[in-house]
Design a protein around this ligand. Structure first.
Ligand code: F6R
Length: 594
């Protein structure tokens, strides 16, 4: 995600802003910029590293300013798309973290009212809205502007001639760093730790007005006094937001990731965003190509599309796609790749393009190679994923697949409505899984003693068994295999016994009864049986040695809650075994060789 910073005090703002931006680099970014106000507003920004910006930027005079590291979500990394963004008059500057769902409609309206836009970003509508509503009071203009906005945001606003910063947040974190005769605003703590460890955490809906000696916070229109906290973390701890590893932080980000990824697509405010992809392509020949975890998302997609659109979907592992001779004419191809740089996936894309196919990329990285090769790109909004093991990007990929399948669904409208509602509730359901962390941790301690584990399931959760096994093996180094529960007796049964636990993923769908039979078969062979099951499932409680419960959701969404639980199980197992979780041996975040 983007990083934001604001400074107001007696010192020159520019070097402080640049130093704070350096402290935000760990979040990943593609461009950066600063704005400093004295009498007028001066902005310097580009698609470069902070170090380069510091080297080439002219000296900007002033003791109040804002800065930003951008991770592109709307519009490629470029100077014009970098923040801060200005209004028409060039007097109001905004930095933003989050996603504005209804920006296209707002942009059209504002353009019709005479506003001139220069970037492709969603953020730029905010500076223009503030300009539209400004009538001598910046805080009131920000409040009015945000009433028009649907989406998530943490923003800081700076205006020429106004010795103050205005900040606001919704679904994106924002803090105020408190010091003597100077104050800071930032997206997260590491940005400011070189200057102060006194922090006020802004809450949902807060609007803060910060001067060098004063902090005023309004919560839903009422003045409140922000509670000051003393941060005891080191900069490194703070970069992980206090979590011990990036993987754990990223697992915990998933409720937000679901909201942000779906926001742009299922928002009622932007129905026209549904009009992407494949209108003229032959849906009956759908092919999905990916590697690793992204391939598991593709496999889940096959079941989702099968159920909602009623068409078969062919899935291929990218590295094997080279050897597949059949690419039917008119194939509608989707590639899924978090990084957008995986060599096998890119090679498959090129082959598909050469065969005359229309290729859609689902990726997390704006401007990545995959997005440049694709005819059309659908972005996940997971934010940078730093841990090598993919977690939040998988969930975000599933969100896009649910949305796509719903867009083309051929099921009853009541089912579509109920699933759309179910999607909106998913962040809450995932939060419930995260709240069950302590129990999962206890089971991980138990699991960590074993060297071989099988994950089994059926139907839409079969790919979840594959993903659970992949997560466990890559970070804990326990040998783990994901299996279709029905396949176990065709060979792996020979390995079952007291030293080989089996983890059964059980959903309340048409696989349920057969899964119970498979569990009994496994128990009869002496394997310890751990089940992942819906809360209130008494039959499983009786059968399994250990049960991790997940909240009740429509079975089509069960891969989401189940995968999050298995991510936590893998994480705590690896932690118990003392493994280097974020950077497992022999693995790289993006595999750029075949
Ligand atoms: C596993 C993992 C990998 C990636 C795979 C594809 O946790 O991260 O299996 O999913 O290397 O990477 P992308 O999605 O970047 O193409």
């Amino acid at each position: 995600m983007c990083g934001i910073i604001g400074y107001i005090g007696d010192k020159s703002a520019q070097p402080i802003l640049l130093n704070c931006l350096k402290r935000l680099e760990y979040r990943g970014y593609d461009s950066c910029g600063i704005a400093v106000a004295a009498g007028s507003l001066e902005v310097y920004k580009d698609a470069v590293r902070v170090e380069e910006l510091a080297r080439v930027a002219p000296q900007l005079n002033g003791t109040v300013g804002i800065g930003h590291t951008r991770w592109a979500t709307h519009g490629e990394p470029s100077q014009v798309n970098a923040h801060p963004h200005l209004d028409c008059s060039g007097k109001i500057a905004v930095v933003h973290n989050g996603v504005i769902n209804n920006f296209q409609r707002l942009k059209r309206q504002l353009t019709a009212e005479g506003h001139n836009f220069v970037s492709e970003t969603d953020t730029e509508v905010i500076s223009h809205l503030i300009e539209k509503y400004y009538a001598g009071n910046l805080e009131k203009a920000v409040e009015a502007a945000l009433r028009d906005v649907d989406g998530s945001y943490a923003i800081i606003v700076l205006m020429a001639g106004e010795p103050k910063l205005v900040a606001a947040r919704k679904d994106s974190p924002l803090i105020i760093g408190v010091s003597d005769r100077e104050n800071f605003i930032a997206s997260d703590v590491p940005a400011i730790l070189d200057y102060t460890s006194r922090v006020i955490y802004l809450e949902e809906g807060d609007i803060g007005v910060v001067t060098k000696d004063n902090i005023k916070i309004r919560r839903h229109g009422t003045k409140v006094v922000g509670k000051e906290h003393k941060v005891l973390w080191s900069v490194e701890d703070a970069q992980k937001a206090g979590y011990e590893h990036f993987m754990l932080k990223e697992i915990h980000e998933q409720p937000r990731v679901i909201r942000d990824t779906l926001g742009g697509y299922i928002s009622a405010a932007e129905p026209e965003t549904k009009l992407v992809m494949m209108t003229e392509a032959n849906l009956e020949n759908m092919l999905v190509v990916a590697c690793g975890t992204a391939y598991h998302a593709a496999l889940v997609g096959k079941y989702i599309v099968g159920e909602l659109v009623g068409i078969p979907v062919r899935t291929e592992i990218a590295c094997e796609f080279t050897y597949c001779h059949q690419i039917p004419a008119g194939t509608a191809a989707i590639v899924i790749t978090q990084s957008g740089e995986t060599a096998d996936t890119l090679k498959a894309m090129k082959r598909l393009k050469e065969a005359g196919c229309r290729v859609v990329a689902i990726t997390n990285v704006v401007g990545s190679t995959a997005s440049r090769i694709a005819d059309q790109t659908i972005y996940t909004r997971a934010g940078p994923e730093i841990s090598v093991a993919a977690t939040k990007s998988f969930t975000a990929q599933l969100m896009v697949l649910y949305w796509l399948a719903l867009s083309y669904s051929r099921v009853d409208i009541r089912r579509v409505d109920s699933l759309t509602m179910g999607l909106r509730q998913l962040p809450e359901k995932v939060q419930q899984v995260l709240d069950n962390e302590d129990k999962i941790r206890q089971y991980a301690d138990y699991l960590s003693r074993y060297e071989n584990v099988f994950f089994i399931s059926r139907g839409i959760n079969f790919p979840v068994a594959l993903e659970g096994a992949l997560k466990l093996k890559e970070i804990s180094y326990i040998h783990a295999e994901g299996y279709a529960a029905g396949e176990l007796k065709h060979g792996p049964f020979a390995l079952l016994g007291a030293s080989t636990p089996v983890i059964a993923i059980v959903a309340r769908d048409n696989t349920y009864e057969t899964m119970l039979t498979n569990i009994k078969e496994v128990k009869a062979r002496g394997s310890p049986l751990m089940a992942l099951a819906e809360e209130g499932d008494e039959a499983i409680e009786e059968l399994a040695d250990l049960v991790i419960t997940v909240p009740r959701v429509d079975a089509i969404f069960s891969p989401v809650v189940n995968t999050v639980a298995l991510q936590l199980l893998a994480y705590y197992t690896a932690k118990q075994r003392g493994c280097p979780i974020d950077f497992p041996r022999n693995l790289a975040k993006s595999v750029t060789v075949e």
